[in-house]
Design a protein. Structure first.
Length: 322
């Protein structure tokens, strides 16, 4: 084993985090946890994971579930395409692999929502296969360990970092190695103010030696996110409110929301015209209810919400009174 992996595994044996999917590394549990952990903190994931495993304890149970029940179980975690892909993949596994997650890496990566990183994580942690992985935490750890000056989020930078991850992988211990790196990245090698004095790899860290740990990883400058303004209509009739279902493909697919429309000018003045043009719903504005702002991964939205009376509601399966 390399010096890096020896130090890392010795530390992990003592300091590893106690996480529900680590108790019994069932392939399905590892898969679910890795999908949930994408873009989401561990402490947020744990209660969702535990609830999910009670509702859908195995792949066949998930495959048979109604999509709306799957989305309801995911509600609050965000990035709902993850839940839909889990559901789609479970159906494929149930039909094609008799409900058992495939060990073959090509078969694994062919499933919806499973990419290069997730394949490595599942293969090493669930099946004990000698496969490296590289998530955001690991990119940061290796960028600092080897003081990598290339953009970590560029193809060239990724190739370098994958090389380091593979070169130091100890045979027969890939699962512990990958999880140890994740734990170091999540608890010690933090994006800001890394806790270097607690790090088991401090003495072999090039960025620490060169005083560049706060400058690593090097990332491409982010483009400014576009900012959209939209209006939403809360239409109440006979004690019920009108909801609109989003298209299956795209952001928040199949989720229900108040009818809304993008506007370019004064929201109060544009409400009736824009809503009719974009949704065919005709309303009469009653009063302003409030303003909601939200930042998504690639854009921001400010939504002006109004209570409205219905004038004309088209017959549409994607509209529902609830």
């Amino acid at each position: 084993m390399s010096r890096l992996s020896t130090r890392l595994l010795n530390w992990y044996n003592i300091h590893k985090r106690i996480l529900p999917w680590r108790d019994h590394p069932d392939p399905y549990a590892v898969w679910v946890s890795e999908i949930m952990l994408q873009q989401t903190r561990v402490e947020t994931v744990i209660p969702y994971f535990e609830k999910w495993m009670k509702l859908f304890p195995n792949i066949k149970k998930l495959a048979k579930a109604d999509e709306q029940d799957v989305l309801n179980a995911w509600e609050g975690l965000g990035y709902y395409s993850r839940a839909r892909n889990l559901h789609k993949a479970a159906k494929i596994v149930a039909e094609k692999f008799n409900g058992e997650l495939p060990r073959n890496l090509e078969d694994l990566q062919s499933l919806p929502g499973i990419g290069k990183y997730t394949v490595g994580a599942i293969a090493s942690m669930a099946f004990g296969i000698d496969e490296a992985t590289l998530d955001g935490n690991l990119r940061r750890v290796f960028s600092r360990l080897f003081d990598v000056k290339e953009f970590a989020d560029s193809p060239a930078g990724e190739k370098i970092l994958w090389g380091f991850a593979r070169e130091n992988l100890p045979k027969g211990k890939a699962g512990d190695y990958n999880q140890a790196l994740m734990d170091v990245g999540a608890t010690i090698c933090l994006p800001k103010n890394p806790r270097c004095l607690l790090c088991p790899l401090m003495e072999i860290c090039e960025a620490r030696k060169n005083g560049t740990q706060e400058l690593r990883p090097v990332l491409k400058p982010k483009k400014e996110s576009p900012h959209y303004v939209q209006v939403a209509a809360v239409i109440i009739k006979n004690g019920k409110v009108l909801l609109s279902q989003r298209p299956a493909d795209g952001l928040l697919g199949n989720m229900w929301e108040f009818p809304n429309a993008r506007v370019e000018a004064d929201p109060a003045k544009e409400l009736v015209k824009s809503l009719k043009a974009q949704t065919k719903i005709q309303v009469k504005k009653k009063e302003a209810l409030g303003i909601v702002t939200h930042a998504y991964t690639h854009f921001k939205v400010t939504e002006y919400v109004f209570i409205c009376d219905a004038v004309s509601i088209p017959k549409d399966k994607n509209l529902k009174w609830v």
